[in-house]
Write a protein that binds this ligand. Structure first.
Ligand SMILES: *[C@@H]1O[C@H](CO)[C@@H](O)[C@H](O)[C@H]1NC(C)=O
Ligand SMILES: *[C@@H]1O[C@H](CO)[C@@H](O)[C@H](O)[C@H]1NC(C)=O
Ligand SMILES: *[C@@H]1O[C@H](CO)[C@@H](O)[C@H](O)[C@H]1NC(C)=O
Ligand SMILES: *[C@@H]1O[C@H](CO)[C@@H](O)[C@H](O)[C@H]1NC(C)=O
Ligand SMILES: *[C@@H]1O[C@H](CO)[C@@H](O)[C@H](O)[C@H]1NC(C)=O
Length: 589
């Protein structure tokens, strides 16, 4: 009877706190365990229970619980398709048998409560679990009903076990990796500026890292009170080697960026750190030579319109002089000297008693003349100060028109080919220069070598753009029209079972959110200069003087002029000769 009363009392209590757990008949052990489960649910919500192992107290308990339950007796080697908000209840200390893809590792971070029977030492069990990279563990012994003590593993503390009483306010599970107490994180930097660069700190002589990826990781280590164990590869470190090390659990974090193009699999990579595009870095088209400027402004269409205007004005002039069409002839239209001189801005005779209509037409003529002359003057002068450049290439179809080949590393080319990148396959082979050594190819790009165009990600381009601001002439531009992918995610390679992956992902997003990443990226060029990895030198090799317009540039105009003069002299002479000959013929007759 007393039990029934107590049960009813607590039923009210549970109903108030948690409507979905109902209490039915249970013995004391069940009742205490139930209280524990409620406490755990208040600490952190769960909606699924995974009960593992042979029949034990947990099995009788679950009948009283109104949460989804998954029962597993044999092996955890299956795909976990259920909720991630899961609490694992394990009957007995025998470790779950799980393969690499097993539920054990999918639920690595989830809290587990293990029921120990006999006199097994919980602290030994903690060590065994941590060897399997499982840290969120607590144990209860068979005498839990009496003792009410939970043994919770604390990986970074000595002793590594903490006894928590059920009625205490202390949490049973804590986020242990929040303070790693100086434990090591193994990292391997790729030493690719400006992502990660090593330097000796002048004050304490230690080797430190800087760069927008290195900063992220050093800040993380500071945040979780860990130390960084730097492992520098002797051979030329490549990103693929670091990815391999992450896959083989040889490191905790790689200080590099792995593009989503290279590995679609996010098991060994963090949440995306950067979103960027991958395009061509193209040389700024050359300026037109000065001797072609004149040819550019003389557009046939505009010339045609001017000629039409000229004819129209001539017709009007011819008509309004006498208000009749009697003087209209081809010669009067095409060789109208008033109209011609007027359009060219020259003076011409104005009839003394001109009619209103004639004056109106002269006004139109003068106005057209001012417009035309100032327009061409302005055109010519501005183009002589700053000649227009050759047209920009806007699509992959026209890529053959680029003056230089495009340099690419063999690694990148293989990835683009294997992913069937349509834009890349559109580029003719003869237009590519594939470099087996990626360091060589990057060195050419870093030196702004003008023999090639390059492939670059927008994030790397930002520091090139910063560097170019120092140049007298801009050498390259980032072509938003010639992109291979507009959405590339860059992630940090991580060990598959890194237990603090969630903390790292959260840290990364915070740094983004506060704008630190953009700040680091913007400063990366100056960091490179400070470490002597690049110089403030102007790589554009500006010419000491710009060639100006020379006599020979306008020689063809002179030649045309000479031909025209000769032609008119010839016409004049032949006309004179013709008259002479006619007179001589007349006198002879
Ligand atoms: C999980 O889902 C996959 C694919 O959806 C399926 O093949 C597998 O059998 C499921 N596993 C379980 C335990 O239901
Ligand atoms: C684990 O998954 C990978 C791909 O997801 C598969 O190739 C491998 O065979 C799986 N291993 C086991 C033991 O199931
Ligand atoms: C950080 O770790 C060191 C051990 O390396 C420890 O002495 C120190 O107390 C820790 N700091 C904090 C804030 O816990
Ligand atoms: C690429 O295209 C080839 C043939 O066009 C096809 O066999 C292959 O599966 C494609 N690869 C990818 C990754 O789409
Ligand atoms: C640019 O690269 C080409 C080919 O590798 C080389 O011949 C040339 O000397 C380089 N130019 C400069 C300015 O370094």
């Amino acid at each position: 009877m007393t039990w029934l009363v107590i049960t009813l009392c607590f039923l009210g209590y549970f109903a108030a706190h948690m409507a979905d757990i109902s209490v039915q008949n249970q013995n004391i052990m069940d009742y205490e365990l139930l209280r524990l489960l409620i406490k755990l649910r208040q600490e952190e919500f769960y909606d699924t229970l995974l009960v593992y192992g042979e029949d034990c107290e947990f099995h009788s308990l679950i009948r009283s619980l109104d949460v989804a339950v998954v029962l597993v007796t044999d092996s955890m080697n299956f795909d976990w398709n259920f909720s991630r908000l899961t609490l694992i209840l394990s009957c007995g200390p025998d470790l779950e048998k799980g393969g690499p893809n097993g539920t054990t590792f999918k639920l690595q971070r989830n809290r587990r409560l293990v029921l120990l029977n006999g006199d097994i030492q919980p602290s030994n069990m903690c060590n065994i679990y941590t060897q399997k990279d499982i840290y969120n563990i607590a144990f209860v012994k068979e005498n839990f009903a009496k003792s009410n003590v939970i043994y919770s593993c604390r990986y970074f503390q000595d002793p590594n076990i903490e006894d928590v009483h059920l009625l205490e306010a202390r949490p049973i599970f804590t986020e242990q990796f929040q303070n790693m107490m100086g434990n090591a994180i193994r990292i391997v930097p790729d030493l690719l500026p400006p992502r990660a660069m090593l330097y000796q700190d002048a004050s304490d002589g230690e080797t430190k890292m800087i760069g927008y990826v290195a900063n992220l990781i050093t800040n993380f280590a500071q945040k979780v009170n860990a130390t960084l164990q730097l492992h520098i590869l002797e051979t030329s470190t490549s990103i693929t080697e670091i990815s391999r090390m992450a896959k083989d659990d040889e490191l905790d974090m790689g200080v590099t960026l792995e593009a989503s193009l290279y590995s679609p699999n996010l098991e060994t990579a963090s949440y995306p750190y950067l979103l960027t595009s991958y395009c061509l870095m193209v040389q700024v088209p050359a300026k037109l030579p000065y001797n072609l400027v004149y040819a550019i402004i003389v557009d046939p269409l505009v010339l045609g319109i001017i000629f039409l205007l000229f004819c129209l004005l001539s017709v009007l002039l011819v008509y309004s002089q006498k208000m009749s069409w009697q003087d209209l002839s081809l010669a009067n239209i095409v060789l109208n000297d008033k109209s011609l001189r007027g359009l060219l801005g020259q003076s011409f005779p104005f009839p003394l008693n001109a009619s209103k209509k004639l004056r109106l037409i002269f006004t139109i003529l003068c106005f057209a003349s001012i417009l035309l002359n100032t327009m061409y003057e302005a055109y010519l002068q501005s183009f002589f100060t700053n000649p227009p450049s050759e047209p920009h290439i806007r699509s992959f179809k026209d890529i053959g028109k680029l003056r230089h080949k495009t340099a690419i590393t063999a690694i990148e080319a293989n990835v683009l080919i294997s992913t069937n990148n349509t834009q890349f396959l559109e580029i003719p082979k003869k237009h590519l220069c594939i470099y087996e050594s990626w360091r060589e190819s990057l060195a050419l790009r870093d030196a702004f070598n003008l023999s090639y165009n390059y492939f670059v990600t927008e994030d790397r381009w930002s520091s090139y753009a910063e560097q170019q601001k120092l140049f007298k002439e801009t050498l390259f531009y980032y072509s938003n029209d010639l992109c291979f992918s507009r959405m590339i995610f860059f992630s940090i390679p991580l060990r598959r079972h890194l237990p603090y992956r969630h903390l790292f992902d959260e840290h990364m997003m915070r740094q983004q959110e506060f704008g630190l990443v953009n700040y680091w990226k913007g400063h990366s060029f100056f960091d490179m200069v400070r470490l002597g990895l690049t110089t403030l030198e102007d790589l554009s090799q500006p010419k000491s003087f710009n060639p100006s317009l020379l006599m020979e540039d306008i020689s063809w105009i002179m030649k045309l002029y000479l031909v025209a003069i000769s032609l008119s002299v010839f016409c004049f002479l032949s006309e004179v000769g013709w008259e002479k000959w006619k007179r001589w013929r007349d006198t002879r007759n």
